[in-house]
Design a protein around this ligand. Structure first.
Ligand SMILES: [Fe+2]
Ligand SMILES: [Fe+2]
Length: 470
C-alpha cells in the first residue's frame, strides 16, 4: 500500500492502478469542489488557516500542521493498512476470511448504511457554514474549520466505497450526496439531527459533543465489519473524529465554566446582566441535541441490526476487546416499552437489541462529559448541576416516538408535554438570546465574554497564536 500524495486525489489505495475508478472519482471531484464553494464555510475561503492534513495513516504522518486555504485542502482517500489474514470477527460467519467484496444478499442494505453515514458528513458542514462570522476566538474559528474540512474528507471516504464497490448505483448515490441540503424541505438530508439549525456556537459545541459522538459509535461498529474495505475506512475516520468530540466537550466545558464565574460575580447569580449564558439554557440545548442524537442509533428493537450482526457486517462497540461470545445468538436484553399506555419491561433476543446496546455505550460516554462539566461548576463554587435527560425524552425514532416523556423518563400526556416543553427544550427566546451574544472576536489572544479560554492551544501553540490569518 503506497501513499500517493501528489495524485489529483491523494490516496493510499493505488487509485492509478484502477483507471475506471480513478475516472469516476476525478469526475466527481469538480462537483465536490463546487459543493464546497457553495455550501462550505461562508466568507473565509481565501484565508490561511492553520490546519491538520492527513499525509499518512501512520501514527506520525496523519497529522501534518500548516497554513492552508480551505479550498486547497488535500482531501484524500486513506484506509488503515490491511491486516494479513483478516477474519470476520462476529456473527454466523465468525472466523471466515473477511469479505473483500460486498456480500450479494446484503448489497442494498450495506449501500444504505454507507449512504446514510456519508450523508451526515456534508450535512454538518452545511449546518455550520455561517459560524465563522461569529467565532468567539481565532482558536475556535480554526477548530470549526478543521472539523469542516475533515467532514469533507469523510464524505470522500464514503464516496470511495460507493464508487469502488457498488458500480452504477454507487455512482448515482455519490452524486446525490452533493444534491441533498441540510434543512431543505424539498431535498433534506437523510437523518433529522442533520436538518436541525446549528447557527450559534452553543449549538455547535453541543452538536460536536453529542452528534459527532454518535458518529464515533456508528464508525466503531462499522470498523469491526467483516467487509474489510469498510472496516479499514472507518478505522481511519475515527482518528480524525476524536478531535471533533474534543471541540464539543471542551467547548461546552468552557461555556459552563464561564457561566459559573459570571454567576459568582453577580449579586443574584443572574448571568444575563453580565452577558453570560444561563445554565438552564445550556441544559435545554443538552436536552435537544442529546435526544436527537439518540435517534441516530435507530429503533430499540431491530431485525436489521440482527441481520447485520449475523452477516458479520456491523458489530458491537469494541467487539474484539469487550466480548468473548462473538456469536451472540443466545442472550437476551430487557428494555422498557410502552404497552397500553404503560411502561413495561420486554425481553428481546440480544441480536435484535444491538442498536440499544450501542446506544447504551454512547450514553455512558456522554455521562463522562457531564461529569467533567459538573466538576467545572463545583470548581467555581456553584451548586447547580447539569444532567442528561432520560433516553425516552423527546424521541422521534423507535419505541418511544409517538409518546411523551418528561426528562426523568416518566410517561406523560401530550398536553402536559406541550405545556412544560419551554422549560425542557430551547425556545425561540432562548435561541434569540444566545444569538444576541454571538459577536465575532478575532483579535489575537482575545476571547468572547460568554466562554472561558481553552486550557491550551493546538499542537503546542499558545492560545494567542494566529490560527487564522484574516
Ligand atoms: Fe465525520
Ligand atoms: Fe465529525
Amino acid at each position: 500500500m503506497t501513499m500517493n500524495l501528489y495524485d489529483r486525489i491523494p490516496n493510499n489505495v493505488d487509485l492509478s492502478e484502477d483507471k475506471r475508478l480513478q475516472r469516476a472519482l476525478e469526475k466527481w471531484l469538480p462537483n465536490y469542489l463546487d459543493w464546497w464553494h457553495d455550501m462550505g464555510p461562508d466568507g473565509f475561503q481565501d484565508k490561511d488557516v492553520w490546519l491538520r492534513t492527513a499525509v499518512d495513516v501512520g501514527s506520525e504522518g496523519w497529522a501534518h500542521f500548516d497554513y492552508v486555504k480551505m479550498p486547497d485542502y488535500r482531501w484524500g482517500i486513506f484506509l488503515e493498512p490491511a491486516q494479513p489474514r483478516a477474519k470476520v470477527g462476529f456473527g454466523d460467519n465468525y472466523g471466515a476470511p473477511a469479505y473483500q467484496e460486498v456480500p450479494g444478499e446484503f448489497r442494498n442494505s450495506l449501500r444504505r448504511i454507507i449512504v446514510t453515514q456519508g450523508d451526515t458528513e456534508p450535512a454538518s458542514v452545511e449546518q455550520q457554514r455561517q459560524l465563522g462570522h461569529t467565532c468567539p476566538s481565532l482558536y475556535d474559528m480554526r477548530n470549526l474549520f478543521q472539523v469542516n474540512v475533515e467532514e469533507g474528507r469523510h464524505l470522500w471516504a464514503m464516496v470511495y466505497l460507493l464508487q469502488a464497490y457498488f458500480g452504477r448505483d454507487g455512482r448515482d448515490e455519490a452524486d446525490a450526496l452533493l444534491e441533498r441540503r441540510s434543512g431543505n424541505p424539498d431535498k433534506p438530508r437523510i437523518l433529522e439531527a442533520f436538518n436541525q439549525p446549528c447557527d450559534d456556537w452553543l449549538n455547535f459545541y453541543a452538536f460536536t459533543m453529542f452528534t459527532d459522538r454518535d458518529g464515533k459509535y456508528q464508525l466503531s461498529a462499522l470498523a469491526e465489519s467483516g467487509f474489510e474495505p469498510l472496516a479499514r475506512t472507518c478505522k481511519f475516520m475515527l482518528t480524525e473524529e476524536a478531535h471533533h468530540m474534543f471541540v464539543g466537550d471542551t467547548g461546552l466545558s468552557r461555556v459552563v465554566r464561564r457561566t459559573a464565574q459570571l454567576m459568582k460575580q453577580s449579586p443574584n447569580e443572574d448571568v444575563r446582566a453580565s452577558g453570560g449564558i444561563p445554565l438552564e439554557i445550556i441544559q435545554r440545548y443538552i436536552n435537544f441535541w442529546f435526544s436527537y442524537s439518540l435517534d441516530l442509533f435507530g429503533g430499540e428493537i431491530s431485525s436489521n441490526s440482527a441481520d447485520f450482526f449475523a452477516a458479520g457486517l456491523k458489530g458491537r462497540f469494541k467487539e474484539q476487546e469487550q466480548y468473548t461470545d462473538h456469536i451472540a445468538a443466545e442472550g437476551s436484553f430487557t428494555m422498557q416499552v410502552v404497552e397500553n399506555g404503560k411502561l413495561v419491561p420486554r425481553e428481546v433476543p440480544l441480536r435484535n437489541a444491538l442498536n440499544e446496546v450501542l446506544r447504551g455505550e454512547y450514553v455512558r460516554d456522554c455521562e463522562k462529559g457531564l461529569a467533567r462539566w459538573n466538576k467545572a461548576l463545583a470548581d467555581e463554587g456553584v451548586s447547580e448541576r447539569l444532567f442528561l435527560p432520560n433516553i425516552r425524552f423527546h424521541r422521534h425514532v423507535g419505541e418511544y416516538a409517538g409518546h411523551d416523556f418528561d426528562p426523568e423518563g416518566n410517561l406523560i400526556t401530550r398536553e402536559e408535554f406541550e405545556q412544560r416543553k419551554v422549560g425542557w427544550l430551547p425556545s425561540v427566546e432562548d435561541r434569540e438570546y444566545v444569538r444576541s451574544l454571538m459577536h465575532p472576536v478575532t483579535e489575537l489572544g482575545k476571547i468572547a465574554n460568554w466562554i472561558a479560554p481553552p486550557a491550551s492551544g493546538i499542537k503546542g501553540k499558545p492560545f494567542e497564536f494566529e490560527y487564522v490569518r484574516l
